[in-house]
Write a protein that binds this ligand. Structure first.
Ligand code: ADP
Ligand code: MG
Length: 703
């Protein structure tokens, strides 16, 4: 039975048995042969090559060396007692350290003898060393043995201490492959693809990922398995998108009427950018197609998404529908409410606001107005998705997402109309790298505003350290003398809130000395203040009664003070890239040249340095997002954590962008030519999807 083998319980594999099986179940959710097979090594002990000591670096990882043990002595007392050795090759020397087994090792190891040494490079007080290296005396016969790849599997402490350590795991995997034949792992890709990409067969790839003989074999296996993983994901996402387009009818907004045209001719205060026009055309096409729109609108901070959202709403109004706009925070929702109310003033459009803070009679009136269709545009926070909010005929729902809404919340807006769901437009301000967008939003249509309104001067960004402090202060004075205003931002995170608040307070006091009243006035805003006080301080800054605003990241979203043209960020190394980019988006909103000054300590981690350099190098949100993805990996990008969709077995969105793009293109072409996967060539795909469809189903909840 070809399919049966993979379903066999691990218990029955040689070397496992009931006890170990239970541990594998509990610790790693490995139940059957298939689970075991798909649990790939996360790294390999590569003993196929020797490193030279001269080339070693802090981040060299695990290395194999070959050299002569030159010194060996016991150092330290009590718990710090350790054995320290020195290994020398033709290019240099490195320290070796052992904290346990000191006595025994001291006897075993021989000064002056040649060893093969294997271990992970560490840096301690600016010196490289290897702790607890594996040591092997070199005799003629050992050299041969040393040239092999060994897989290392993700494990847990429990497994390691209970007899399921690396060596046992390897043995178990060997036993598994003794049981498997190519017939157990039939091909799941069309033969023409395997040929075209010169992939190893599915069976070979799986064997090679566990037991590669060479780097090249490993690479081939990885390529194929990554492609496979991304290909089936994209295939599913594209299938979902097609299915929705076939099945989910949408309102057909037949006409462009007086609201839209009137606004365009008489009220639009500026010329739309080319990108805005293009996106509006894309939206127009969706809304008139009779199929529900599901569109993601990406655009950098300040690229002008709001007006695009508003004009899409006007298309809905022209066709007799209501619309809503949901924002992630109260401040942002308020701001949308104000600016949209201003835009449509005198146009006979009813705009209303709803959030948790709207209570009593006012709330009742809004809910009634929405139900009876008197309110045309409803703007608010996630209060909009509560069941009590019933629309008469919702035709379009827009979310201004900034990554803060979950997928499930977005879906709730769908059910707010019968028989058809409203069209959906999601606007996101933090650009998402293409590879992520293709996956997270792979079943949506995507529009991009990749052009800023004209006349904006790009923000000039500089990196300064503490010894430049006086010059930075001098620069602030000059700019304030020209009538500008300044933000000074401090980090604040929950884990170190007390310290952070103190830090902000100290910073505020230092600034007060440099910028004394009555000539200068300073506002302070942070998350621990009462909303009223916060608002009061914000308003003072907005009205230009104060020149400096000392704040935590609460200003990240929502304030728009075009006259504020300087942003000083303190402890920049403690901010994430996307956060820095959002913060910087607060300046550069007026006609003046704006500046962003990134203050940091002199000593920076490699990653901290790279983040700051990225900010100095570019203002392009997409470039920054790509850098962020590379530095932190996809799981840490804001908004992706809860989605689960990024839990790949082997693919890595930060690195495998090219493979992903190819996989998506191939999947799209296949579905174009053979939507139901009925051609004989595509039977392997169909079979595989049917067999594994259940596991892939979770993805249908996206959007
Ligand atoms: P975001 O994409 O960050 O939401 P906004 O919609 O808030 O950007 O727009 C930022 C600013 O740019 C607003 O003050 C808006 O009035 C202005 N704006 C938008 N589009 C244009 C345009 N085509 N020309 C000039 N200014 C524009
Ligand atoms: Mg916006």
């Amino acid at each position: 039975m070809a399919q049966g083998v993979l379903d066999t319980s691990v218990e029955f594999l040689k070397g496992v048995g009931p006890k170990r099986a239970e541990m594998l179940n509990k610790e790693l959710s490995i139940f059957n042969f298939g689970d075991l097979l798909y649990h790939y090594p996360f790294r390999y002990v590569d003993k196929t090559q020797f490193h030279q000591i001269r080339d070693l670096q802090e981040d060299s990882g695990a290395v194999q060396l070959r050299g002569i043990l030159r010194r060996l002595s016991v150092a330290g007392e009590g718990r710090k007692r350790r054995l320290v050795g020195r290994l020398r090759d033709d290019t240099g020397y490195i320290e070796l350290v052992w904290f346990t087994g000191v006595h025994w090792l001291e006897k075993q190891l021989e000064i002056g003898a040649e060893y093969v040494v294997y271990g992970r490079v560490n840096a301690f007080r600016n010196q490289l060393n290897i702790a607890h290296p594996e040591m092997e005396r070199i005799g003629a016969e050992q050299v041969k043995k040393a040239s092999a790849f060994a897989p290392v599997y993700p494990s847990t402490d429990k497994l390691n201490t209970k007899g399921l350590d690396a060596k046992v795991r390897r043995r178990i995997m060997k036993a598994l492959f003794e049981k498997l034949t190519p017939a157990d792992l039939p091909e799941n890709l069309p033969a023409y693809l395997v040929q075209k990409f010169r992939f190893p067969s599915r069976f070979s790839a799986l064997r090679q990922i566990h037991f590669p003989k060479t780097q090249e074999e490993l690479q081939q296996a990885r390529n194929r398995l990554k492609f496979e993983e991304l290909f089936f994901l994209q295939l599913r996402l594209l299938q979902i998108r097609r299915k929705r387009k076939d099945a989910i009818k949408g309102w057909n907004f037949e006409k462009i009427g007086d609201y839209f045209n009137g606004f365009y001719k008489n009220k639009l205060p500026f010329e739309l950018t080319g990108a805005q026009k293009r996106v509006l055309r894309e939206i127009r096409k969706d809304l008139g197609s009779g199929v529900q729109m599901n569109r993601l609108l990406q655009g950098d901070v300040g690229s002008g998404k709001t007006i695009v959202g508003l004009m899409s709403m006007l298309m809905a109004l022209d066709n007799g529908f209501q619309t809503c706009l949901m924002a992630p925070t109260e401040i942002l929702a308020q701001q949308h409410f104000q600016s949209i109310s201003e835009y449509v003033e005198g146009m006979d459009i009813e705009v209303a606001f709803l959030s948790g803070s709207v209570k009593g009679k006012k709330r009742k009136a809004v809910l009634e107005g929405v139900r009876e269709g008197k309110i045309d545009i409803l703007i608010g926070t996630h209060a909009l998705i509560e069941p009590t909010v019933e629309f008469k005929n919702l035709g379009l729902s827009i979310t201004d997402e900034q990554h803060r809404f979950g997928v499930a919340q977005r879906a709730k807006l769908w059910v707010k109309n019968k028989p058809f769901p409203p069209h959906v437009l999601v606007m996101t301000a933090t650009p998402i790298p293409r590879t992520l967008a293709m996956t997270l939003y792979g079943d949506l249509d995507v529009s991009v505003i990749d052009e800023l309104p004209p006349g904006r001067k790009p923000v000039k960004t500089m990196h300064k350290t503490e010894n430049h402090r006086m010059r930075v202060i001098g620069f602030m004075r000059e700019e304030i003398a020209k009538g500008r205003q300044v933000y000074v931002v401090f980090p604040l995170i929950e884990e170190s809130e007390k310290l952070d608040l103190q830090n902000l307070q100290d910073g505020y006091e230092a600034l007060s000395r440099e910028f004394p009243a009555p000539d200068y006035q300073i506002s302070v805003v942070h998350g621990r203040m009462k909303p009223d006080d916060k608002d009061f301080e914000m308003q003072r800054f907005v009205k230009h009664e104060t020149q400096i605003m000392v704040a935590t990241t609460v200003i990240e979203v929502g304030v728009n003070v075009p006259n504020a043209s300087i942003m000083v960020i303190e402890n920049t190394e403690r901010f994430g890239l996307s956060q820095l980019h959002q913060l910087r988006g607060r300046v550069g909103r007026g006609a003046e040249q704006s500046f962003c000054i990134l203050m940091s300590s002199f000593k920076l981690s490699k990653e901290g340095k790279e983040r700051i350099q990225t900010m100095v190098r570019t203002n392009n949100g997409f470039e920054i997002a790509e850098a962020d993805l590379k530095l932190r990996g996809p799981g840490n990008i804001e908004g992706t954590q809860q989605s689960g969709i990024l839990n790949f077995r082997i693919a890595d969105l930060a690195r495998d962008g090219k493979i992903l793009k190819t996989a998506r293109e191939v999947a799209a072409r296949i579905l174009d030519n053979d939507p139901k996967l009925e051609k004989p060539d595509h039977h392997p795909i169909k079979w595989y999807l049917e067999k594994h469809g259940k596991k892939l189903k979770g993805w249908s909840r996206i959007s």
